[in-house]
Design a protein around this ligand. Structure first.
Ligand SMILES: [Zn+2]
Length: 295
């Protein structure tokens, strides 16, 4: 029950994310969403966040208070923070990350890419390093080259005291080795977690957080659901990875942060808790992880 002052009108969770359908999205690619769906759609999505934030601010009172939802806009290529700030920097509830995805753009010249990243990390708007990691599915470069780029970024995040947002596909053991090396120093988030319960347990054991996306709702994702059901509530986050990973029934279509509501509803059911309770736990985790360096 939200605590209300004496005589306060019963105002049932006006700012509730369950009511508004707006939840904190810890991983979105707003520029790619704009590319797919257009500026008007992105602005409409962001307007919904602004409204939900204003309602949360207005309803702030006591221990049951709801805090404003936010979106973390993710970087993938060297130098991509500046254009993202130019496009979306005016929205105060957005947080920005900068990182190097293990692809040709960065692995063609890793040194130059890392230098560009270092410059982006120095921005006061940069709240996290990511995404970075290992992708042995797309395999745009050798495993060795990917690991080196990932290790360099893990070290930079630890040095800067920034959370590390990790992409990992078909690369469980190597990801665990690098992520586990820094998870005691900084928050490490395995984004769009796509492995099973055994891998989840190993990541959790070494201190990582798991972020779940729309693939949680896909038919063949039993291992993923098992992982979510077993994870402690203070170590889970939720994201869209928009424009990708649209939860059912819109799989395959470009997603936006507003599609997170269906992922959250599925997650609450999988964990056997009320959506309100799950949303509150996920929000507390997101605030704890992304509040180190305020934008
Ligand atoms: Zn991503």
């Amino acid at each position: 029950m939200p605590e209300r002052g004496a005589g306060g009108a019963p105002e049932p969770q006006a700012a509730s994310p369950v009511r508004s359908g707006v939840f904190t999205d810890t991983h979105a690619h707003l520029a790619l969403v704009e590319e797919r769906l257009g500026r008007v759609v992105v602005e409409a999505v962001l307007e919904r966040y602004a409204e939900a934030g204003a309602a949360a601010e207005g309803g702030r009172s006591g221990a049951g208070a709801v805090s404003a939802p936010f979106i973390v806009d993710i970087g993938v290529n060297p130098g991509d923070l500046a254009p993202r700030l130019a496009g979306f920097g005016a929205y105060p509830f957005l947080r920005f990350a900068a990182g190097l995805w293990p692809g040709r753009e960065s692995l063609g010249d890793p040194e130059a890419a890392l230098a560009a990243l270092a410059a982006d990390l120095a921005s006061p708007r940069c709240a996290a390093l990511g995404e970075c990691g290992l992708d042995y599915h797309h395999m745009e470069a050798s495993e060795r080259a990917q690991i080196e780029l990932f290790e360099a970024q893990a070290a930079m995040a630890a040095q800067a005291g920034l959370p590390l947002l990790v992409h990992s596909r078909e690369a469980f053991a190597d990801t665990l080795a690098v992520a586990g090396g820094v998870a005691g120093k900084i928050p490490v988030v395995i984004h769009c977690f796509g492995y099973g319960a055994r891998e989840a347990a190993a990541f959790l054991e070494c201190g990582c957080h798991l972020s779940f996306a729309g693939n949680l709702t896909y038919r063949k994702s039993d291992g993923l659901r098992e992982a979510l059901a077993a994870a402690p509530s203070d170590r889970i986050l939720f994201e869209t990875d928009s424009p990708y990973m649209n939860p059912m029934p819109h799989r395959g279509k470009p997603s936006t942060s507003l599609d997170l509501a269906r992922t959250m509803a599925a997650a609450a059911e999988i964990r056997g808790v009320a959506l309100e309770e799950l949303a509150a736990a996920a929000q507390a985790n997101a605030i704890r992880i992304f509040s180190g360096k305020k934008s």
